[in-house]
Design a protein around this ligand. Structure first.
Ligand code: ZN
Length: 143
């Protein structure tokens, strides 16, 4: 019975393998992906980007968008609530999620306030400042 509730009437082929940490059932996305931005070379280096590359990227831009990780809001049928998660893509169809800590929200595009309200001006500002670099996966840091 419990499993049926999780799997009802869904197009399974389109669903990503993202599961509730509490219940292990599929989560339904209720938001778009909010991209994350690195704001310092140090920040990139923490993600495995080499020092030279990190410095080079920040020589031409003040923020660098991160590929392979983002913030997204999900609904769990069993929690009966939505939760913001930090999603890390770990493989072709594999994801690792953890509840989004507050400091990550400030790195997200479409910046979300603690109340869950996007601030449009901040989003626009960040988009304008961001470089088009979104190929962190080229550096093989997402495993
Ligand atoms: Zn749940």
């Amino acid at each position: 019975m419990v499993q049926r509730r999780c799997d009802r009437n869904r197009n399974r082929s389109k669903r990503r393998a993202i599961y509730c940490p509490e219940h292990g059932c599929h989560l339904d996305s209720v938001s778009r992906k909010h991209r994350l931005y690195a704001e310092s070379a140090q920040h990139l280096r923490e993600r495995g980007v080499g020092r030279r590359t990190a410095l080079l990227l920040f020589a031409t831009a003040t923020t660098v968008s991160l590929d392979g990780e983002w913030l997204e809001c999900f609904w769990c049928d069993q929690c009966q609530e939505t939760t913001w998660y930090h999603v890390l893509k770990t493989g072709e169809r594999q994801y690792k999620i953890s509840p989004a800590p507050r400091d990550l929200w400030q790195q997200a595009s479409g910046v979300i306030t603690v109340d869950g309200n996007p601030t449009v001006s901040e989003f626009t500002r960040r988009q304008a400042r961001a470089t088009n670099f979104n190929g962190i996966k080229d550096f093989n840091i997402i495993r």
